[in-house]
Design a protein around this ligand. Structure first.
Ligand SMILES: C[S@@+](CC[C@H](N)C(=O)[O-])C[C@H]1O[C@@H](n2cnc3c(N)ncnc32)[C@H](O)[C@@H]1O
Length: 259
């Protein structure tokens, strides 16, 4: 099957490859049987997308996003969840409490491929839309709480695009939490040295030292928490422990904002 992706959309194959290979391991830390099924159905060769640091980073972020999301869903059991830039990720199945309504949003070409491997479910629906405009947001039902996830997405945006996205979210949804992956200024300058992204045509956008740098772009936001993936990665291997020291400020972070 021939797949046509844009440069950033192609990066969705990275977490997909990693989740499938982790699932196949003994003592897998995450289990995602769907990932292997998607790779087989699409017939793509994803072997180059699974180097050590990216592998550990994706495992860490999957666990960290899941835990944070479950915590928030406990506090807001009827919230509306939005996985913005969902790629092939299925957050709904990881966190469904039997009540939550969920929307998987991505660019039209990505959703077209996603529809080959996922179907809409009664409380989990796919929508074509961009993080850079709010045209799709009228399709989302009214709620007093929105949980927006952006995992592996904002890293590819310029500072102006980050601002556009944050303003769009706060304008479209009255109250919410944003769970977002942030990267460092070092990575911004080093896309070509990233162990997995160097195999794609994508390049990193604006990197930050702290999520506080988002606040001047969208003052309605408050930074609730921010944690480096090192905190999770160092639990599992000597290399992960060493990277947490050498790459103390280099690893990506999960930041949670509230508005
Ligand atoms: C690295 S993948 C991450 C996919 C998924 N969140 C995950 O963690 O597995 C980046 C995703 O961002 C999506 N993306 C890029 N630009 C976007 C935009 N302007 N609006 C919505 N999604 C976008 C891509 O199509 C791709 O699916």
């Amino acid at each position: 099957m021939e797949l046509k992706f844009g440069d950033v959309q192609e990066t969705a194959l990275i977490p997909l490859a990693i989740k499938a290979s982790e699932t196949a391991r003994k003592n897998a830390r995450i289990t995602d049987l769907k990932a292997k099924e998607i790779i087989d159905t699409l017939g793509v060769d994803v072997s180059k997308y699974d180097p050590f640091l990216s592998h550990e980073g994706v495992v860490a972020r999957t666990l960290m996003f899941r835990e944070k999301l479950k915590e928030l869903i406990k506090k807001h059991p009827s919230a509306v969840g939005i996985n913005l830039g969902c790629g092939f990720d299925d957050k709904f199945i990881q966190v469904d409490n039997g009540k939550i309504t969920w929307f998987d949003v991505d660019l039209p070409d990505q959703i077209k491929v996603r529809r080959k491997v996922y179907s809409d479910r009664s409380r989990c629906v796919m929508i074509e839309g961009s993080a850079l405009d709010g045209k799709w947001t009228h399709l989302i039902p009214k709620s007093d709480m929105y949980l927006v996830v952006m995992e592996g997405v904002m890293e590819y945006f310029s500072k102006e695009q980050v601002k556009t996205c944050l303003n769009m979210l706060c304008d479209s949804f009255e109250h919410g939490y944003l769970l977002v992956e942030l990267h460092s200024p070092f990575l911004e300058k080093n896309s070509k040295h990233h162990d997995a992204v160097k195999h794609t045509n994508a390049t990193f956008g604006w990197g930050t030292k702290t999520g506080e740098e988002y606040i001047p772009l969208e003052p309605r936001l408050k930074l609730v928490s921010e944690q480096s993936y090192n905190d999770e990665m160092k639990k599992y291997s000597i290399r992960g422990k060493m990277f947490a020291v050498i790459g103390k400020n280099l690893n990506n972070r999960l930041a949670v904002f509230k508005w």
